[in-house]
Write a protein that binds this ligand. Sequence first.
Ligand code: NDP
Length: 388
Amino acid sequence: MKKRVAILGSTGSIGTQALDVIRKHRNLFGVEVLTAGRNAGLLIEQALQFVPSCVVIADESKYAEVRDALSLLPIKVLCGMDALSDVVTLSSVDIVLTAMVGFAGLAPTVEAIRAGKNIALANKETLVVAGSLIMQLARDHGSEIYPVDSEHSAIFQCLAGEKPETIEKLILTASGGPFRGMDRSRLERVTCQEALNHPKWCMGNKITIDSASLMNKGLEVIEASWLFGIKPDRIEVVIHPQSVIHSLVQFIDGSIKAQLGLPDMKLPIQYALGYPERISSDFPRLDFSECGNFTFEKPDHTLFRNLSLAYEAIRTGGNMPCIMNAANEMVVEAFLQEKIKFLDMPGIIEQTMSRVTFLSSPSLADYAETDAEARVVAGRLIKGNLQK
Ligand code: NDP
């Protein structure tokens, strides 16, 4: 039986790589749903190739273009954000790959879990914003969450056959991004183009900026804490510029397990979609005689303050990670539009975290309100920053 996959965000970096994986394993996977934000052209191309039951274009102004292009095929075409939450519940869907970016991924993921679907989770912001609620919902509805992020996939693979109580700590590796080792005066001058030039991974713009600022690693600490039920104080971040060791687990007897591989997101995507089977692949193999030395460093929390802010947010709990996430989405967008500088980002996030109403036990509706409030506050701070 083929696994029938719904891909939320099929036109993005993770979405297109997932379709590469599926193209190679047509006997194992079928594409049931494809969704995009605005990229109607690529969505149409993908739909013509994979002929899913349904496609969604979130941007309603692109609906007619997609509908007309697919009118001769038995493909239902929908539009708008609400449609994303509807299509993930289709009875024909076995697994939902959440490859949308940002807070927008939360609502459809919640609906997929409520419908008992298994989730291949790339959209880390979902767990950052509402980890407690998502994990509880998954338990209640018998939905499994398989990580796609390479670090979490590494930990997931290291934990196979291990008892949770034997975990001493998780060690998340980070490439350090394009600005590793730079001093403050250089960081003050870095450009958006430099930030988008990641040394190891080719990814969407938002996560690439998050990687440069180390916010990505902070989001991953929060994601790991919820996925594996480990307190943040037992999650360590180590800079490993070669990006070959994807993460490690240290056990109570002092033994450490690691998962290694060439930096290629198709591997963790395939592992998540295929789980519990390990599927063969023709991805390039790691050659130890050619990969040189492995090096490790401590992250610089003073220059890359976002990492500390993420630890602070998860330790505080409640809606604080949601506030931090919304502020981060706003500053990343402002940085991409060259409205603020690289080093302006942590200050704006920190001030937003101190100004937005704190809730210790938020509901799903509270998260939406917090996100909206935090965006207003961060927006004002960005504007104020512009006028300086
Ligand atoms: P991209 O920006 O490349 O792709 C995002 C996808 O989501 C696109 O299909 C985009 O559609 C769609 N999308 C964006 N906003 C909306 C919206 N408001 N409504 C509906 N659809 C929307 O992102 P990535 O693939 O890089 O990342 C996706 C997620 O995976 C992120 O959460 C990221 O942190 C995570 N991740 C990514 C990794 C990577 O290597 N890229 C690695 C690990 C995790 P369109 O382009 O058509 O507008």
